[in-house]
Design a protein around this ligand. Structure first.
Ligand SMILES: *Cc1c(COP(=O)(O)O)cnc(C)c1O
Length: 227
């Protein structure tokens, strides 16, 4: 299938899952994940109106950024090292992967004249191979992040376990939503967190059914990646 057909299919599935959670398709943002994808194919995606693009490596984002001009809205979705903050902070609309106080402080310092929108990454299944704050430390962490005045914390992000059956991740998506509610009810943060970035090609429908507001889809749009 073409990129256009794939995007139509993904959007239809998002809309159906949104209805199941009492929402509309417009309530869910589709981020097209463009890692390893060349700029020609990314332009195709832009031409059919998907402007929110996700990259997981700062260097790749910095390479594509000048080539694609002002049209994309870039999201940094992968692990971010402190020493790379400076190179991407003026290029992205949202950093999904804040996972340490050191990183949050560096973003706060480098944001200078602006306020940077961020999400806190949660290691929702406490997997040793994954980045992210452990769920039990999330409230404390968020209390610390909200002290930083150049950071606008908008919500939480997770990369759920790599499973064959997306139903196996439903429990973790529910847990993410419960965590967001706990944070908001506990008035841990000075304003309500609204965003849940969760769900990838394999499990985005389940994630939307459980309350995702942002899904990150690569393979479902471009086909499998060749590294
Ligand atoms: C690669 C990646 C995705 C997209 O994965 P697909 O399975 O290709 O949809 C989403 N989120 C993050 C953080 C990624 O690194």
């Amino acid at each position: 299938m073409s990129i256009g057909e794939n995007v139509r299919d993904v959007k239809r599935r998002i809309a159906e899952a949104a209805v199941k959670s009492g929402r509309k398709s417009e309530d869910i943002l589709l981020v097209g994940v463009t890692k390893t994808i060349d700029v020609e194919r990314i332009r195709e995606l832009l031409n059919i109106g998907v402007r929110d693009l996700g990259e997981n490596r700062p260097q790749e984002l910095c390479e594509k950024y000048p080539v694609l001009g002002g049209e994309p809205q870039w999201h940094l979705i992968g692990h971010l090292q402190t020493n790379k903050v400076k190179s991407i902070i003026d290029k992205v609309v949202l950093i999904h992967s804040v996972d340490s106080l050191r990183l949050a402080e560096e973003i706060n310092k480098r944001a200078l004249q602006r306020v940077m929108d961020v999400l806190v990454e949660i290691n929702i299944a406490s997997e040793p191979t994954k980045h992210g704050i452990q769920p039990e430390f999330a409230l404390d962490f968020i209390q610390q992040v909200q002290e930083l005045s150049n950071i606008n914390l908008k919500g939480l992000m997770c990369v759920a376990p790599n499973v064959d059956d997306p139903e196996k991740n439903r429990y973790y998506f529910k847990k993410m939503r419960e965590l967001l509610i706990d944070i908001n009810c506990g008035h841990v943060h000075n304003k309500d967190l609204t965003e849940l970035s969760m769900g990838m090609t394999n499990d985005y429908e389940t994630a939307v059914e459980e309350g995702a507001t942002i899904v990150r889809v690569g393979t479902g749009i471009f086909g499998s990646r060749r590294y």
